[in-house]
Design a protein around this ligand. Sequence first.
Ligand code: MN
Length: 214
Amino acid sequence: MKYELPALPYAYDALEPYIDAKTMEIHHTKHHQAYVNNLNAALEKHPEIADKPLEELLAAIDTVPEDIRTAVRNHGGGHMNHSFFWTIMGPDAAKASASAGSEGGAEPSGDLGKAIADAFGGFAAYKEAFEKAAAGVFGSGWAWLVRDDAGGLTIMTTPNQDSPLMTGARPVLGLDVWEHAYYLKHQSDRKGYIGDWWRVVNWARAEEYYRAAK
Ligand code: MN
């Protein structure tokens, strides 16, 4: 089985003006494609594990043959993380934010909204904690809202392309804070990027991940 770059579920310019089309195009066709290619190249060396689900390989990364372990961790994680990332953003959120002006993005409702309020003491407190975590990632990595083993919600960060699945946590929301995700538009202003990212979060999709992660 060969991994393939999943189609972006919207146009490259669908998240404008918060995330620009050029960044989306390069991020998807160059960066994500490279993770896919490098993952396939690594697995070609070990066909005996190539058919195992990627989630399983990442969850048991220490059992992956040593000569491809780092490649599976970096490029398998990269493929997994980016495939997830595209789905938790969306044009509907971008449009709603644009019409709401400076009021900010949408907020989660339903079960996820309630769980976030319960876990963090309200959406504003959650948002602040998540932003702090994302801004504090040194170098390249990700900030995540995850569902842990006990079913609770936690914020975590991972370095490089490490996946929360490596710790047994199930991602509900994830933010790529590699410079390639924002440098063209926001340059060194990671906080500005994080602020804009809230405007494009697809909370309905995050809620689906939350429910499925039980
Ligand atoms: Mn990325």
